[in-house]
Design a protein around this ligand. Sequence first.
Ligand code: SF4
Length: 234
Amino acid sequence: MTTAPHTAEDLRVLAEQAGRDLEEASALDVLRWAADTFGPRFCVTSSMEDAVVAHLASRALPGVDVVFLDTGYHFPETIGTRDAVAAVMDVNVITIGPRQSVAEQDAQYGPKLHDRDPDLCCALRKVAPLEEGLRGYDAWATGLRRDESPTRANTPVVAWDAKRQKVKIAPIARWTQDDVEAYVAEHGVLTNPLLMDGYASVGCAPCTRRVLEGEDARAGRWAGLGKTECGIHL
Ligand code: SF4
């Protein structure tokens, strides 16, 4: 297992080669490659919508770091899912957060920044903390899937994340919602209870609503605000 830090150029070459080699690989094989290549310098990020990628990664790398971004605006069900994942799975859940509490942000920018400038709110509470949280890693995995929305239709399985100078891995990029549900059922994977209550994608409470019949999975995120992504995956 390789654990020494790679140079950025090494990582870029690795990412581009793996992007070609692993496009058709199973999710577990992609994660085994990540575990073998990066060891503890690899982590999974999870929104705690479900624990599918964390579960897969724990099979490839027991005790794998699972980074959870606590924006201060999560549903209680999401925090509960995080705590359950930490309690029952062979992973190391690491919670990271913004520099300011919600109260501090309200004092500086005014209340409900998420309604007035969601891009700034996400930049402060999601994008910036994640940059810091990923600092010790060479590679990170996400649960992005191509079928979630048009903006995610071209998600690569492995790619060079030039913005962060890291390898970005989407091991279930090619999965469908049916694949996710089959994996959850087969392995008894923890999922956020809100998925059973009309939510198809779970983010911060003020910016998430239930989806309507025929809407794509992410239609309930920032509904009516003309925003589809928080900025982490742009
Ligand atoms: S999803 Fe909403 S509440 Fe959460 S950080 Fe973004 S704008 Fe703020």
